[in-house]
Design a protein around this ligand. Sequence first.
Ligand code: GLC
Length: 548
Amino acid sequence: MRPADTSDLWWRTAVIYCLDIETFQDSDGDGVGDLEGLANRIEYLAELGITCLWLMPFQPTRDLDDGYDITDFYGVDPRLGDLGHVVELLRIAHGRGMRVIIDLVVNHTSDRHPWFVAARRSTRSRYRDYYVWRDRPPRGRPKHPVFPGEEQSVWEKDERSGQYYLHSFYRHQPDLNLENPDVRAEIARIVGFWTKLGVDGFRIDAVPFLIQPPGAADETDPHAFLRELRRFAGRRAGHAVLLGEVGLPHRDQLDYFGGSETELDLQFDFVTAQTAFLAFVRGDARPLAKVLRRRPTIDVRQGWATFLRNHDELSLELLEKDERAAVFAALAPDEKQRVYGRGIVRRLAPMLGGDPRRLRLAYSLLFSLPGAPVLFYGEEIGMGEQPELGDRAAVRSPMQWDRGAYGGFSATRPSRSITGIPDSGYGPDHVNVHDQLRDPDSLLSFVQVLISRYRAAPEIAWGEFTVLDAGEHAVLAHRCRADDRAVLFLHNFSDEPRHVELKTADVGGDRLHDLLAGGAEQAEDGRFVFDLAAYAQRWLRITEMERS
Ligand code: GLC
């Protein structure tokens, strides 16, 4: 684990922070966040310990899916700034040792993208075949739209030609045709452009949809595209990372890491995220222990991007039916908090009742699991959702910097509400960066500590991972070990205290140093005894290791 061996694979230990420029910081008082505003906040993120920013789409857009409907892959939404601002931002972030990755949204374009406009205008256009057309909606391979209720079908009739085009998401997001080599060349140019400008990689949107459009010829190997993309990105920027959104069970995700040749370097770990919420709800660590024990081993160059919440709904699709029902009932009692029959449009803090003990448990878990942890902006202060913004937008309200008017986000009323429901307890008066930075007991201070401990313990991301038997259903005990270093973690999911005993032989040492609370524990009679308070978490460095 010497830096000489590991630093090329920086993504294995990255601390990633996802944000939407539009809702982060407004610098010119028009109520919309912008690149300059973000640049002014890089210092804050660096102090927090973030090592990699993930910028949600900022290109020109029709803005019908919060920027995930791009009209020009080479531009910047004029409300946010211009390419010059992007370069400045990259310079400032890099100056603070922070990498920057951006969303690569190439499963589809906006229907206002010039390619689609041309494709629609004439069936003879060279852009016609950039999209997927059929004379009638094909049978077989039933495909449901990703947003049921909002879309009935993935095929939309184009009145002019009478043909149907494919849209896996909204009808205003026609799917690109990856079978067409010209489209693949366009994607390569987009990747080439942004890497040349200085971005350090891409969060690839909707990967399974991207590579496996229905109707693709059977003999096509959809994964060939990802391998090709990985090779290309590597040639253009050796250090560039490809982080993929693949919302599938672990075993299916393996295909997307690739075999002898890498496809994706990092993938979000959706299964673990969903199971963590089940564990929070049931006060039971067993489902999580099971999932983590079975999580497939992947190549040393690759990793899991761990997270709890993101900008989309908290999907529960990968849970069993009864598990999903339990999480829905506990965390989204109101029908309006649920979307698409599969997910919850809430932020983490209110879901856990704003209980500081539960929030600490959740984030301690996140930073203790092997992988690159990903925070969604505002999580570090425990922001709440704003249901009146509607569906997924509920979790995308402006960042809350201080108690000032509009939460310090803007000098004018933001384009999106910031006040929330009166007395929600999560508005800027209650939850903001300024106050929490000055409070050593705040969630923000705790997250800062977790990040620094995570960064100082590379064995979390690099080491051998073992789930120990804690002998208590509510307690997850796990250990990360590499070379002569190891950390033991304990998390009590119960609202009651729990008593745990671990044998030194299982722990692998007989002295422990507490990385969060300070102090040491010495084993007695070959075992450690822990009295864990409700929702307690412990990070314990094993200081006297037994030889393995
Ligand atoms: C991804 C994004 C989501 C977006 C969709 C279509 O799932 O995370 O926000 O709506 O792709 O681009």
